[in-house]
Structure formats: structure tokens, C-alpha cells
Design a protein around this ligand. Structure first.
Ligand SMILES: Nc1ncnc2c1ncn2[C@@H]1O[C@H](COP(=O)(O)OP(=O)(O)OP(=O)(O)O)[C@@H](O)[C@H]1O
Ligand SMILES: [Mg+2]
Length: 513
């Protein structure tokens, strides 16, 4: 008997059957089925907006479905809320995390369940600490349990959340809990990602795990089974032993991709004109004096490890921080140091890494976000003209192919990739000269990634200069015309990355570590 049929015979722990959910203007889920068996790691994949998160929120009782049933060990159940789900052995780690940042690790681990540590009516802090240490050691995590959660790394925070769920399932005596991880690896560095997967392989011996990720490679490498959703419907599922990356991508988006991922054939030579000139810019403790330029229509990749200083360079360019020395000039005009508003007015746009908290006004709608920087242009007779507002918003929604029920939809209700496109369109609408793109495709599905790449090539053709920092070195190399390498607070090398002269990732890794 092969591996798949073996597993098919195994007991279904949890089954979602024919789940339907509608929101105003969108059918988020249309009769979706999902079965979770004992001790398996299931990869849940699909484009931005496919319905993955909504399905998982239904699985933990955070959202109630319009139709369908949830069965636990074959018996239908209703999950009224997340704590109801936890009592039934189902827990979720959200992408944006749910720990209380100013409480310590041990306080977070047992929050609301401290009664488990009462002895003769008194809370035994000592036994709480001991339990916390034991839990974390099991997960090969060696952190001070008294540290506030705000002071540990994102990777450690995630581990603490997982540990909390495992402990809770033990508390409620579930021998095989279901653990849901929604895009846990998006914010992790390569090393941390490896650690997470090795821990998940261990946890799998006593739990079932559902993992959502846009890093399809890691899904194919680590999961037992892959379930693909598209437009709120089941597409197919397969054992990973039968899965090929290209096939999964194709099933997800419904079309294949050209071998030329980064559209290098559309790469063009830098225009005569210089857009950005940075001279002797420095900030003590972050980066030593450095100089470079970005030309018209040129894409420059800035590569370096976390802590190499590249993040601070970008913040200084965007005016969010003030450099100690040096100058920044856009189209030959000097920018005042440390002034975000005059930097924007001069035509320098910045798409931050954390679009949810910095790039986008989530409680405003699509049109309001797109128009945010150009309100002056949309006035008629001193007042905002609703007709002009609508026209501008419609234009950019079409141009950037933002998938939204309408321009009046709140941005918080858009999926990740479409939020990202909304941020980009806001800057394009404001007619920037130079755009800093900090991890532009983070959390974005393969199809939307491809659209963002095409959009960047188009911007380059229009003469806009770009400074990019990407999720992977391959992405930096593929997109960039030229690469700047930073190491230990210094700009150490400049590398040509024109179509036939692309460096290999190894060339670059050798320089940054
Ligand atoms: N609270 C809500 N109100 C209205 N629409 C919503 C709400 N939550 C989700 N949606 C819509 O439901 C659909 C599915 O969203 P969901 O968040 O599940 O996508 P996803 O597959 O997780 O995408 P991503 O990969 O971008 O995270 C999307 O069209 C989204 O805009
Ligand atoms: Mg999601």
C-alpha cells in the first residue's frame, strides 16, 4: 500500500464539509471541504483572497459560516468562539500575532489559565516558571521566561504562541490537537525558518498542523499533503510526494508562468539622466559614509543581512530618520534631511515593509487610499470633486489590477496582495520620480508577484527610478539592473546585474556574510 492510500485510511480528526461564507460583494468560500488527519502537516495554499484565512477563522470559531458543517471525530460540532475551539483542541497562530507585548513570556504562556497553577488557593509563580521553562525546552527554545514579549524576536514570539497552544491542548486533555499557522514564515529569516520546520516535524508526532504560506517551496518540502483553494473553491489536493512546484503554482493561479520569472527581457538600460544622488550619507552606529546614484528608469537592488545598515539607509532617504552627514538630491535638487513631508512632495515614494501598519490606512476605503497623496489635484473650485476622486481611483484600480468588489471597499477587507497593490497605486498616482520598495512582494501570491514585477518594469519604462530590497536574493538579482551590497554598516560593492551579466546568488552570499 502506498503512502497516500495509507493516510487516506487514517482517522479524520477534523473535517470541514461544504463550508460557505459570503461577505458583502464577495463569496469568500463556496462549499469548501477540508479534512485533517492525525499527525499530518497539511499545506493550505491559494492566491491572495482565495479564502484561506477565512476558512481557518471558521475552523476556530472566530467567524461563523453561512452554511456547511464542522465534524470533530465524525461528530458535528458548533464552535462558538476561539476559546470554545481551544477546548476542542483546535488553536491558531495568527500572522500578526496575538501575544500581549508588555507581559512576560511566562505570563503570556498561561494567560487566563493561571488557575492551573493554584496550590491551596495561592498562585504558584515558581511552578508557572518551571512549567514555562520545561515547555520551551521541549521546543528547543532557550529564552528568559521573565522577558517581556516585546523584547524577544518575532521567531521566538511565534514559538511562544505555539507552545501556549500545545500546553492548552494538554490542559484540556487532547492527545492530538490541531494547530493552525497562518503565514508563520513570512517574517522569518532563513535560519529561523529551518528551526521552525524542524520543530514542526517534532510537534507533528503529537498533533496535526495546518500551514498557510506563499513560500510554496517550503510547503512542497515540508508538508504531507497540499490543499489548493482558488476563488473560494477547492481546486484539488495532492500528496506532496506527487507535487511539483510548477504544477502547484499553475493550479493556484490557473495559468502557467514564463521561464523568465522576472521579465528580464523587458529590462532596459539606464537612461542618461540621474534621478537620485546620495553623497557621503552617514548615520553613526548604523552606516558609514556612503555614496551612490540611481538613474532614470533604473532598478537598484540593496542587499545585505539584517543589521547591515540597509534599513536605516532607506529610512534616511525617505526622510523618516535624519542622517548625520551627507546629502540626498532628487533630480538635482537637494532634499532637506529628516523631513518625510517635503521628501514626498519632491517625488520620493516609500513603500514600507509593514504595509498594514504604515503603508495603508486600513479603515479607509480603496479610493481614499489611492487618492490620499493627490487630493490637491482632485479639487474643483477649492473643493474636492467626487467625480474626479472616483475617476482617479477607478483609473488606478484598473491600472494595477486591484481585485476589490468596489472602490468603496475598506482596505482592511482586502486580501494581502491587493492591499500591497493599493499602496503601490497610491504612490503611482502621486507621480513619483523615485520609489523605495521595501520587500514589495512579501506575503503576495505567485500570480500577484508576477503582476507587481510587470508593473515595476512598466514604471522603469516610464523613467521612474527604484531602490528595492527583496525577500530573496534571487528576486533582487532578477529585478535589478545594478546591485549595491552592504555589510557591517558599509557599502562594500556595486555589481552589474544587466540581463546577460547577472551574478549568481552564491556570488552575493559570499559578499554579505
Ligand atoms: N471581514 C471581512 N469582510 C469582508 N470581506 C472579507 C472579510 N474577510 C475576508 N474578506 C474577503 O474574503 C476573501 C477571502 O479572504 P482571505 O483573507 O481568506 O484570503 P486569503 O486566502 O487568506 O488571502 P491572503 O493570501 O492574501 O492572506 C477576500 O476577497 C477578502 O477580501
Ligand atoms: Mg490570509
Amino acid at each position: 500500500m502506498n503512502d497516500t492510500s495509507n493516510r487516506a485510511n487514517q482517522e479524520a480528526m477534523l473535517a470541514l464539509c461544504q463550508i460557505t461564507k459570503e461577505f458583502p460583494g464577495v463569496v469568500a468560500l463556496d462549499r469548501v471541504d477540508l479534512t485533517i488527519r492525525r499527525n499530518e502537516l497539511v499545506g493550505l495554499v491559494g492566491e491572495n483572497g482565495a479564502g484561506k484565512s477565512v476558512l481557518m477563522k471558521i475552523m476556530i470559531g472566530l467567524i461563523q459560516p453561512d452554511g456547511g458543517t464542522i465534524k470533530l471525530h465524525g461528530e458535528p460540532i458548533t464552535l462558538k468562539n476561539p476559546s470554545d475551539a481551544i477546548k476542542n483542541g483546535i488553536g491558531m497562530v495568527f500572522q500578526d500575532g496575538s501575544l500581549v507585548r508588555n507581559l512576560s513570556v511566562v505570563e503570556n504562556l498561561f494567560l487566563c489559565h493561571e488557575t492551573a497553577f493554584r496550590r491551596f488557593g495561592l498562585l504558584s509563580v515558581r511552578s508557572m516558571r518551571a512549567a514555562a521553562r520545561e515547555l520551551l525546552t521541549q521546543m528547543k527554545l532557550h529564552i528568559d521566561v521573565d522577558l517581556p514579549v516585546a523584547e524577544i524576536s518575532p521567531a521566538e514570539r511565534q514559538m511562544v504562541e505555539i507552545a501556549r497552544l500545545l500546553w492548552l491542548s494538554e490542559l484540556y486533555e487532547h492527545d492530538n490537537p490541531v494547530l493552525i499557522l497562518d503565514e508563520p514564515t513570512t517574517v522569518l529569516a532563513d535560519k529561523e525558518r529551518e528551526t521552525l520546520f524542524s520543530i514542526l516535524q517534532d510537534i507533528k508526532k503529537q498533533a496535526s498542523i495546518v500551514l498557510i504560506s506563499h513560500r510554496l517551496q517550503e510547503i512542497v518540502e515540508n508538508c504531507n499533503r497540499i490543499v489548493i483553494l482558488k476563488d473560494g473553491k477547492n481546486v484539488t489536493e495532492m500528496a506532496t510526494s506527487e507535487a511539483r512546484l510548477l504544477k502547484v503554482e499553475q493550479l493556484m493561479v490557473g495559468h502557467s508562468f514564463s521561464a523568465d520569472r522576472f521579465h528580464e527581457d523587458e529590462q532596459r538600460t539606464r537612461g542618461e539622466k540621474e534621478i537620485l544622488r546620495v553623497e557621503n550619507l552617514s548615520k553613526a552606529g548604523f552606516f558609514e559614509p556612503l555614496s551612490f546614484t540611481v538613474g532614470e528608469g533604473e532598478i537598484v537592488g540593496l542587499i545585505g543581512l539584517v543589521g547591515s545598515g540597509k534599513e536605516e539607509v532607506c529610512k534616511c532617504l525617505a526622510g523618516l530618520e535624519k542622517a548625520d552627514t551627507g546629502s540626498i538630491a532628487l533630480d538635482g535638487r537637494k532634499l532637506p534631511r529628516g523631513s518625510p513631508s517635503s521628501t514626498v512632495r519632491a517625488g520620493l515614494g516609500h513603500i514600507p515593509i509593514d504595509r498594514r501598519s504604515e503603508g495603508l490606512a486600513l479603515m479607509m476605503n480603496v479610493a481614499e487610499n489611492v487618492n490620499l497623496l493627490v487630493l490637491n489635484r482632485l479639487k474643483a473650485g477649492g473643493f474636492l470633486s467626487p467625480a474626479r476622486e472616483r475617476k482617479n481611483a477607478h483609473h488606478w484600480v484598473a491600472e494595477c489590477q486591484i481585485k476589490t468588489p468596489s472602490i468603496a471597499t475598506l482596505c482592511s477587507n482586502l486580501s494581502g496582495g491587493n492591499q500591497q497593490k493599493t499602496v503601490i497605486s497610491k504612490w503611482l498616482s502621486s507621480r513619483v520620480r523615485l520609489l523605495i520598495l521595501d520587500h514589495p512582494t512579501r506575503g503576495v501570491d505567485v500570480g500577484a508577484k508576477d503582476e507587481i514585477y510587470k508593473l515595476m518594469r512598466k514604471l522603469a519604462k516610464e523613467g521612474i527610478g527604484m531602490l528595492i530590497m527583496c525577500d530573496t536574493i534571487e528576486e533582487d538579482i532578477g529585478l535589478a539592473d545594478r546591485i549595491l551590497v552592504m555589510k557591517d554598516s558599509r557599502l562594500v560593492k556595486e555589481i552589474d546585474s544587466s540581463p546577460n551579466k547577472k551574478p549568481t546568488p552564491q556570488d552575493i552570499i559570499g559578499l554579505i556574510v
